[in-house]
Design a protein around this ligand. Structure first.
Ligand SMILES: Cc1cc2nc3c(=O)[nH]c(=O)nc-3n(C[C@H](O)[C@H](O)[C@H](O)COP(=O)(O)OP(=O)(O)OC[C@H]3O[C@@H](n4cnc5c(N)ncnc54)[C@H](O)[C@@H]3O)c2cc1C
Length: 455
């Protein structure tokens, strides 16, 4: 069997593994790195991202982590003519309630280190201080949070929203990117700096002494000998950890999205990524409801479901497509290379999204045939925080559990993992985002009771 030597082997060329390889090569000058993946780079979970980014989390550690990632993405955009297509229209969180005390407490907690005017309330029909900023340019978009609590102001700013909406929380340092463009850019730089990529499937890891990793490639088997391994295998991270004799507290939950051409112009192109926060019972007519109610398999579709339905225009002001998503599934599942999607999902998410944007009702039962329905796993810890850093096996690192935030957080996660590996000075959030946090009982207790930030 052929043998290769390398200082570092990274298993997984999704956005997390690529960002780690890029940071090692670019920031730390470490290029004796092999990045191995069974498939083409960025073709598993990383191909199915909604590609949204935000700096809002109910906890300052996650705010600092995602803001660091945004900073790195901004630097890439600045240096490379916005190769990652970064835009910044914000996130608009909508609710039918005026009583938003709990949400405000979360905003205060997450943004505790921000200036006093970071969160701004607008409760008059006209508010010159509220900038809608519809052109999406990340360089000139405002920062902070605008809370809208006036019906006229909300109608003027969000004309497609239902009249029932009483509060909109417009988070500003948020938007979307092309994760494929970002990933390809980082991969090219890694290769140009001397890093190596290999297509092959990791079958076994012998952790005694230097790691000996058996890889099946199209040409045959080979062994890679390395003192360091980074487990960036996404949903298969627990499996890779198991090969090396360790277990990780990561589980997988399938989540889905749809995209289609908005031929009826139901959604204004300037609408930010909009999220309906409220729980709801899906909008079926009486016959549909009765039929679903009779079926043991589908009765749940007539019961109240959690909020968090997404809708956003795709492709900028001149595009015509929209994306809808809803991470309502909570069931843990074994990951599969070809995840099985639920045929009901497109109609479910459409009906749910039509509650906030009633113009979407025009598509009930007649979604365009060219609709794309896709999905992948939220690979997550119970508390929905990532795992980045050393494991209990010396030399084995992990960058995983990136849940529904792996695209936006990849750059900071890669940087953090690279720093752990070479022993550089760590940022403030490093220990909280590593396995170390399970030894911090007060942090774990506070996370148990907190909102998990799943949007
Ligand atoms: C529906 C959906 C919507 C999402 N929307 C957003 C969003 O809007 N914003 C956001 O920030 N994030 C979003 N995410 C999350 C984001 O897509 C993921 O967190 C991120 O892509 C995870 O990247 P990864 O590199 O950790 O994993 P992956 O992309 O899964 O990469 C892991 C790689 O490891 C490889 N691998 C596994 N086992 C082996 C082996 N034995 N040998 C060799 N290679 C192996 C796989 O082939 C794969 O390429 C979304 C996710 C889903 C599913």
């Amino acid at each position: 069997m052929d043998e290769l030597q390398s200082e570092i082997l990274i298993i997984g060329a999704g956005i997390s593994g690529i960002a780690t390889a890029w940071s090692l090569a670019r920031e730390q000058g470490v290029t004796d790195v092999i990045l191995v993946d069974t498939r083409a780079p960025l073709s598993f979970t990383s191909a199915h991202s909604g590609e949204n980014y935000r700096n809002w989390w109910p906890h300052p550690a996650m705010v600092a982590f995602t803001e660091r990632s945004t900073e790195i993405m901004e630097q890439v955009a600045r240096d490379h003519d916005n190769v990652l297509h970064m835009t910044r229209n914000g996130y608009a969180l909508a609710t039918r309630s005026r009583d938003i005390e709990a949400l405000q407490a979360q905003l205060q907690a997450g943004y505790e280190s921000k200036p006093a005017d970071y969160i701004r309330l607008h409760d008059a029909p006209h508010s010159p201080a509220y900038q809608r900023h519809p052109n999406g340019d990340w360089r000139t978009a405002p920062d902070g949070v605008d809370i809208l609590q006036n019906d006229d102001l909300i109608r003027a700013a969000f004309p497609s929203f239902s009249d029932e909406v009483k509060t909109v929380i417009h988070l500003r340092r948020c938007g979307d990117i092309s994760s494929q463009q970002l990933g390809q850019h980082m991969l090219s730089e890694f290769r140009e700096l001397g890093g190596n990529r290999l297509q092959g499937h990791v079958r076994a890891i012998d952790p005694v002494g230097n790691f000996r990793t058996d890889v099946q490639t199209a040409e045959g088997k080979l062994t890679i000998v390395s003192p360091v391994i980074v487990n960036a295998a996404g949903p298969f991270a627990p499996h890779i950890a198991g090969l090396a004799g360790e277990s990780l507290p990561i589980r997988n939950v399938l989540q889905q999205k749809i995209a289609f051409e908005d031929v009826r112009a139901a959604i204004p192109r300037s609408m930010p990524f909009a999220i309906d926060l409220d729980a709801q019972v899906l909008d079926w007519n009486d016959d549909e409801r009765a039929a679903l109610g009779e079926s043991e398999e589908f009765r749940w579709l007539t019961e109240e479901m959690a909020g968090g339905i997404h809708c956003r225009p795709d492709g900028g002001p001149h595009g015509t497509w929209i994306r809808l998503g809803w991470a309502f599934n909570r069931q843990t599942t074994e990951p599969a290379w070809e995840p099985e999607l639920d045929d009901q999902f497109p109609e479910i998410v459409l009906r749910a999204a039509a509650r906030l944007n009633p113009s979407l009702k025009a598509y009930y039962g007649q979604l365009p045939r060219a609709m794309t329905h896709y999905g992948g796993y939220y690979s997550m810890t119970e508390e929905n925080w990532p795992l980045v850093g050393p494991t209990t096996i010396p030399g084995l690192f992990v960058v995983g559990a990136m849940s529904g935030f792996g695209t936006m957080a990849a750059c900071a996660a890669g940087e953090l993992c690279a720093k752990w590996i070479i022993g550089a000075e760590l940022p403030s959030y490093a220990h909280a985002l590593s396995l170390d946090r399970y030894g911090d009982s007060s942090l774990m207790q506070s996370l148990k009771d907190a909102d998990r930030g799943i949007l």
